[in-house]
Design a protein around this ligand. Structure first.
Ligand code: LLP
Length: 433
C-alpha cells in the first residue's frame, strides 16, 4: 500500500535554521506568534489545496463530487477555499447549511446527513434545494415525504446503509457496525425500496454509507463498498434505478509521525473503482479529516514547567477547550517546539490550565527541554479542532489564521469576553410558561 508523501506546506520547512518547525506555508511562526497572542490555530491553504488536488486527481474520469464534511472545520474562509475549487458540503445541521451557502457552495453540491434531522431542518434544506438527503430511519423518510409534500417539491433521497463493518478505529468514531445508531440494515433498506413508489414527494434513488473516521486501512472501505455494490445490483435488477452512491468519508491521516500510515487517496479511490466497476451513476465523497487535519496546527506557549512528585508537567496556554481530541479520544497529536530542536530530551506530561486532569495533551512525552514562554506546535489540529472547541473555564475561542505562501489572513479573530457572555442575563423577569 502506498502512503501519502509528506505535504510540503503541511510539514514544516526543514531547511530553515535553526529549527525544523519554524515555518508553515512559508510563514515564520515565531513572527506570527509575536502578532497574535497564543493559543491560536494556523491553517495552510497550500496544504488544503494539495489534498483536494490529490483526491480530485485520483477521481479523474469518474462522475464524482467531493462534499467536504463541514463538521471537520466549518470556518467560512476554509469553506470558501473549498467552494472555489468545486468542493461541496456534507452537512448535519441547518447551521452548517447556512455556513456552506454563505461560503458560496451551491445548494446542488450539498448533502444532508445525520440521524436527528428535525422537520424544521428538513424544511429549511428543501427550501434551498439541496442535492440530496441521506436518510437514516423510516421515521425520517416519512417526515421527508410529509415536509416535501407540504412544500410541493420532490426531495431527492439516499438510504444510509449500515453495512455492519468494523472500521477498526476508536469506538467513539466508529459508525458502520449494526450496534451503532447510524443508517439502516440492507434488509430494512430493501423494504423501503419495495414501497418507494408510495412516496409521492421523495425520489428514493441513492445509497449512502459512512463507516467511521480516522480509518487507516483500505479493507473496511472495501468490505463496506462490496456490500453496498451487491445491494445496488440487486436493486437495479428489481427495477429500482440508483442515480447516486455516496461513499462517505473516513480516510485517516497521520497524527503520529512514523507510526500512522494513512491510505493514499489513489489507493482509496482504486477500492471505489473496483467495488463499483460497472456503476455508471454519480459518486459522492464526504471527506473531512483527510482534507484539513494535517493542514492545521495549534500554536501555544509554555506558561511554566512544573516539577511534580512523580512527573514533570509542561503547562501550556492551550487547553482541552481549544483541542478536545486528546481528552475525548486519548488521541495522539505530535507536539514540537518551534525553535531549536537540538537540546537534551526530557519527559513531560503536557497539560493545559483547565481545572481537570483530563486536560492533558500527552502523557510521558519526550520533548527537548522547554522553558517558560517557549512556543510549541500541536500538529494535525485542522480537523475537529476549532469545530469542537468550547469556552470551558470561560476561556475565549482562539483565533484562526490562514497562511498561504508566506502571507497570512486572520479568518477568525479571538473571541472577546463580551461575545462570550452575550445572551446571558440576570434572572429579572420571572414568567410562567
Ligand atoms: N460523513 C459523515 C456522515 C460523517 O458522520 C463524518 C464524520 C464524515 C463524513 C467525515 O468523516 P472524516 O472524513 O472526517 O473521517 N470528532 C471526531 C471525528 C468525528 C467524525 C464524525 N463524522 C475526531 O476528532 O476524531
Amino acid at each position: 500500500m502506498k502512503t501519502n508523501a509528506a505535504t510540503p506546506a503541511a510539514t514544516t520547512d526543514a531547511s530553515s535554521t535553526p529549527t525544523s518547525h519554524s515555518h508553515f506555508d512559508g510563514v515564520d511562526l515565531r513572527q506570527l506568534a509575536e502578532r497574535f497572542p497564543t493559543p491560536f490555530h494556523a491553517y495552510s491553504a497550500s496544504a488544503i489545496h494539495q489534498r483536494i488536488g490529490e483526491l480530485q486527481a485520483a477521481l479523474a474520469g469518474l462522475d464524482a463530487t467531493i462534499c467536504f464534511a463541514v463538521k471537520a472545520n466549518p470556518n467560512l474562509a476554509i469553506l470558501q477555499l473549498m467552494a472555489n475549487v468545486g468542493v461541496g458540503a456534507d452537512i448535519v445541521s441547518v447551521g452548517e447549511l447556512r455556513r456552506a451557502l454563505n461560503a458560496g457552495m451551491p445548494a446542488e453540491r450539498i448533502v444532508f446527513s445525520g440521524v436527528g434531522k428535525s422537520a424544521d431542518e428538513i424544511a429549511g434544506a428543501l427550501n434551498v434545494g439541496i442535492m440530496r438527503f441521506n436518510v437514516e430511519s423510516l421515521d425520517e423518510l416519512h417526515t421527508l415525504q410529509r415536509v416535501a409534500k407540504a412544500q410541493d417539491v420532490t426531495a431527492r433521497a439516499a438510504v444510509r446503509i449500515n453495512p455492519d463493518v468494523d472500521a477498526h478505529t476508536h469506538a467513539k468514531i466508529s459508525t458502520g457496525k449494526s450496534e451503532n445508531k447510524f443508517g439502516v440494515s440492507i434488509d430494512e433498506a430493501r423494504r423501503w425500496f419495495a414501497k418507494r413508489k408510495q412516496l409521492s414527494h421523495v425520489q428514493l434513488d441513492g445509497l449512502h454509507v459512512h463507516i467511521g473516521s480516522q480509518i487507516l486501512s483500505v479493507e473496511p472501505f472495501r468490505l463496506a463498498l462490496q456490500r453496498v455494490a451487491a445491494f445496488w445490483r440487486e436493486l437495479e435488477q428489481a427495477g429500482h434505478p440508483i442515480n447516486s452512491i455516496d461513499v462517505g468519508g473516513g480516510l485517516g491521516v497521520c497524527y503520529r509521525a512514523g507510526v500512522d500510515q494513512p491510505v493514499a487517496a489513489s489507493d482509496y479511490v482504486d477500492v471505489i473503482r473496483e467495488a463499483l466497476a460497472d456503476y455508471r451513476g454519480k459518486l459522492l465523497l464526504e471527506p473531512g479529516r483527510y482534507l484539513i487535519a494535517e493542514a492545521g496546527v495549534l500554536l501555544t506557549r509554555v506558561i511554566r514547567v512544573k516539577p511534580g512528585v512523580e512527573r514533570s508537567f509542561l503547562v501550556l496556554d492551550a487547553a482541552m477547550n481549544d483541542l478536545q481530541r486528546p481528552s475525548l479520544y486519548d488521541a495522539w497529536h505530535d507536539i514540537v517546539p518551534v525553535t531549536d530542536a537540538s537540546r537534551p530530551m526530557t519527559t513531560y506530561d503536557i497539560v493545559g490550565p483547565v481545572c481537570e486532569t483530563g486536560d492533558t495533551f500527552a502523557r510521558g512525552r519526550e520533548l527537548p527541554e522547554c522553558v517558560a514562554g517557549e512556543l510549541l506546535l500541536i500538529k494535525a489540529t485542522g480537523a475537529y479542532g476549532t469545530s469542537m472547541a468550547s469556552t470551558y473555564n470561560s476561556r475565549p475561542l482562539a483565533a484562526e489564521v490562514l497562511l498561504r505562501q508566506g502571507r497570512y489572513a486572520v479568518v477568525r479573530r479571538r473571541q472577546h469576553f463580551e461575545e462570550m457572555i452575550a445572551g446571558e442575563q440576570p434572572a429579572r423577569n420571572w414568567e410562567t410558561p
